[in-house]
Design a protein around this ligand. Structure first.
Ligand SMILES: O=C(O)c1ccccc1N[C@@H]1O[C@H](COP(=O)(O)O)[C@@H](O)[C@H]1O
Length: 197
């Protein structure tokens, strides 16, 4: 089970995620209580070992804005959340970064449909922490896809059993307040996801 922990802002939480065995770590560079600057993301990403994917999260920015911020942040992947057209992915292809497409269950659920490398199937409101009907997508997404939206250490096993994803992605569910992560919750989430997967 591939595990991504998103919305990290503090070095101790990056360390907790890496030590717990997370496969990917996300930095939100778009409008959100978790937003950080590309410079801060670079600082946080600089300590992350090469086997962990560092991801910059965007929602609605232009390919030019995404390109500039991702290069400044020095990440290994970009996540385009929401209604980004196929052309936005094409425009970023030459960056040679892992491309992640993220959207709600109404979108095209074939990983690779927009030339992306990974797909995230999320709740209608990203980063809201609201659980949704995970079982509704069971058997529908194809390829390397992560389930997101309202996951936490106590429900991730149930969500995995319901949707049968390739991976899981969490933000609010490992926080004690919006934008404030908790190292213990991060560790519990990774452990629970791995045990269930
Ligand atoms: O986390 C955010 O604030 C955010 C803002 C804008 C786009 C994406 C965002 N995060 C993504 O939302 C889900 C996690 O949601 P949840 O909080 O666990 O319910 C995940 O895909 C994040 O990458």
């Amino acid at each position: 089970m591939y595990v991504k922990i998103c919305g990290l802002r503090e070095p101790e939480h990056v360390t907790a995620a890496v030590e717990a065995g997370a496969d990917a770590i996300g930095y939100v560079l778009t409008r959100s209580p978790r937003r950080i600057t590309p410079a801060r993301a670079r600082e946080l990403a600089s300590t992350v070992p090469a086997h962990v994917l560092t991801v910059a999260v965007f929602a609605g920015e232009t390919p030019e804005e995404i390109r500039a911020a991702a290069l400044e942040a020095g990440v290994r992947a970009v996540q385009l959340h929401g209604d980004h057209p196929h052309d936005d992915f094409t425009a970023l292809k030459d960056l040679d970064l892992t491309l992640i497409r993220a959207g709600a269950a109404g979108a095209d659920l074939r990983c690779g449909a927009f030339d992306e490398d990974l797909l995230i199937v999320d709740a209608p409101r990203p980063g809201s922490g609201q659980p949704w009907d995970w079982a509704a997508v069971r058997g529908r997404p194809a390829g390397r896809w992560m389930l997101a939206g309202g996951l936490d250490p106590s429900n991730v096993a149930e969500a995995i059993a319901a949707a049968r994803p390739w991976g899981v992605d969490v933000s609010s569910g490992v926080e004690v307040a919006p934008g404030v992560k908790d190292a213990g919750l991060i560790r519990s989430f990774v452990t629970a996801a791995r045990a269930a997967g």
